[in-house]
Design a protein around this ligand. Structure first.
Ligand code: ZN
Length: 71
């Protein structure tokens, strides 16, 4: 018989800046957690939270990141 875990829900999220693809798993914590996640590729802030439901990001596919910013 299949066992179903309902503690976490999974979804995908894409960085709006470099299009890196992340798997996002949401966990329920007993206490409120305040934190944030920056894109591992371009460093852009993807999400902030202050809640008992916190996301965990796993990088699936790296997006395009232009190393040279000559401005
Ligand atoms: Zn990014």
């Amino acid at each position: 018989m299949a066992q179903t875990w309902t503690h976490g829900s999974e979804q995908n999220e894409t960085c709006p800046k470099c299009n890196s693809l992340y798997r996002v798993t949401t966990f329920r914590l007993p206490t409120r957690d305040s934190d944030y996640f920056d894109c591992q590729v371009c460093g852009d802030r993807i999400r902030e939270w202050n809640d008992t439901e916190v996301p965990s990001f796993t990088l699936i596919q790296r997006g395009q990141h232009e190393e040279s910013e000559n401005k």
